[in-house]
Design a protein around this ligand. Structure first.
Ligand SMILES: O=C(O)CCC(=O)C(=O)O
Length: 508
């Protein structure tokens, strides 16, 4: 329990479409000698707190309320945990259960309960509770004021002058609350960013892309293929706010104006910042759609035979440093490309047959439970993954670069800076049969996403394909069967011979 790595992870379900260290031990602002974080921004480099083995952002450390990891209780002279004393009969409940119960209260009730004891004060100030309340009550119509509690109070009770000071509580030990605070404040360690083992290609032909990557279902980072995009030199916060500041975009569970979102993104310091991920951006702001085009490798897009009935397929993605996408597989067995227009992203990918550590998909694949946040995954599981025989594919994708994400690959993405990206999911001949098989599954209702008509998508797609490209599906099935027969023959021959010594081996 005293080791940092042993901190508990807090699994959460993601439904298809994330010590002994005293947080107060160093309040001095100083930078680590010899430490040069590759992507910390200038201001931040001298602005971090040091703790053994990792660095913290200097953002208002008092928001921890002095909460310490549970392991510290066992080395405290008094062995007194004010968490228990202040919760009364509820102290027998786990921290996450207490938080779940508090999640049933409204803002006024939480405010009153926080006056009952120091323990309730700490629990009732838990920022994710106020974030949920704010999003439920204010939808996307809020002006973020630095904390979710103050955002909620100023949005719902504009005339109420709330004191937003934070009381420090002594002898309060909770892994759950400490970990939540830590994940929101820790800076990415350089060793989490160092590894770059993806295959990179510049200027390859379409044929080479298909035979070396798409047909083999292997990721690749493509350089130089979006150099001609107008978006590349143009898109940044100022430009986007100028052309679309008042337009609403999908941000998590709410719609927000782009300007409001950027104001939030500038000042948030959360474990999982809200992420702008909008599938209708080009319809809302047509100029955005006209300032990029699909790289030559991805122009075969067979879902287009469905016209307006195709599932969502393209998104603009905007987020501050620290935002990102936790582990998932892309919808409907499609492949995808992701082009960074501004900023940079750390990618970690696992092939379809390797479930990433800490990730637990349900048997039917409809739900995935994974650590609360990406940073928590790095803290608790990254080292484990690196010691596996099948190592993850990793890289940092910078502005102007494009990643090909083959179908079925698990991937997680973390924005190292404020970033803007375009991603599109597509079906080509290389993955058409996978997609059809996926759509045909008996539980398509649960598995298919991005469209309202999940059950009939298979028939609609198959019929539209037959009409537009007659015989293509049969031809692909025939080729796939021939390939499977060849592979079976080869594997029989491999098992019957010992290729290493060249000797013939046969046994009954
Ligand atoms: O956050 C990102 O840029 C990655 C998005 C992603 O993983 C996806 O669209 O499937």
């Amino acid at each position: 329990m005293l080791s940092f790595r042993a901190l508990l992870s807090r699994p959460r379900k993601r439904v298809k479409r994330k010590h002994s260290i005293k947080p107060k031990c160093s309040s001095k602002q100083r930078s680590l000698r010899g430490y040069d974080p590759p992507f910390a921004d200038e201001g931040e480099a001298d602005d971090c707190l040091e703790l053994p083995g990792f660095r913290l952002k200097s953002s208002d450390p008092s928001r921890s309320h002095g909460v310490q990891p549970l392991g510290n209780l066992y080395i405290s002279p008094s062995r007194f945990n004010s968490r228990d004393a202040g919760l009364g009969g509820l102290s027998v409940l786990s921290d996450d259960l207490v938080i779940d119960i508090l999640g049933l209260l409204d803002g006024a009730e939480l405010g009153r309960l926080s006056l009952v004891s120091k323990s309730f004060y700490v629990f009732c100030r838990h920022e994710p509770l106020w974030r949920n309340l704010s999003l439920e009550s204010l939808k996307g119509e809020f002006l973020f004021t630095g904390s979710w509690k103050s955002t909620y109070v100023s949005g719902c009770y504009p005339h109420f002058r709330a004191e937003d000071g934070c009381v420090e509580v002594r002898d309060f030990y909770s892994d759950y609350l400490f970990q939540s605070w830590l994940c929101a404040n820790v800076v990415m360690r350089p060793e989490w960013l160092k590894r770059d083992n993806i295959v990179r290609r510049r200027g390859i032909s379409l044929e080479e892309f298909i035979s070396c990557f798409e047909d083999l279902n292997k990721p690749v980072l493509l350089e130089g293929c979006i150099d001609g995009w107008a978006a590349l030199g143009r898109w940044d916060k100022e430009y986007l706010v100028h052309i679309a500041g008042d337009k609403k975009f999908a941000v998590g569970p709410v719609d927000m104006s782009l300007e409001g979102y950027y104001k939030y993104a500038e000042s948030t310091r959360e474990e999982r910042p809200l992420y702008l991920f909008d599938p209708k951006f080009a319809e809302k702001v047509p100029v955005l759609g006209s300032e990029y085009d699909v790289p030559i490798y991805f122009r075969e897009d067979l879902f287009s035979v469905l016209g307006d009935e195709r599932p969502d397929y393209r998104w603009i993605i905007i987020g501050p440093a620290g935002s990102g996408s936790s582990f998932h597989i892309d919808p409907n067995s499609t492949s995808a490309w992701n082009a960074v227009v501004k900023g940079s992203k750390k990618w970690v990918m696992f092939p379809p047959d390797v479930v990433p550590p800490g990730v637990h998909p349900s048997a039917d694949g409809a739900e995935v439970a994974c650590p609360v946040s990406i940073i928590e995954w790095f803290m608790n599981f990254y080292e484990v993954a690196r010691s596996w025989e099948k190592k993850p594919v990793e890289c940092i994708c910078k502005a102007g670069e494009v990643i090909f994400v083959p179908n079925g690959w698990w991937h997680m993405v973390f924005n190292l800076e404020e970033s803007i990206a375009i991603t599109q999911n597509y079906v080509s001949r290389s993955n058409l049969l996978n997609v059809l098989d996926f759509l045909k599954q008996p539980n398509a209702q649960e598995l298919v996403s991005g469209t309202n008509d999940r059950i009939n998508l298979y028939d609609k797609f198959k019929n539209a394909m037959e009409a537009k490209f007659p015989g293509t599906i049969d031809e692909l099935r025939r080729k796939a069967e021939e390939k499977a027969i060849l592979q079976r023959k080869q594997s029989f021959w491999d098992s019957a011979t010992d290729s290493k010594v060249g000797a013939f081996k046969f046994s009954f």
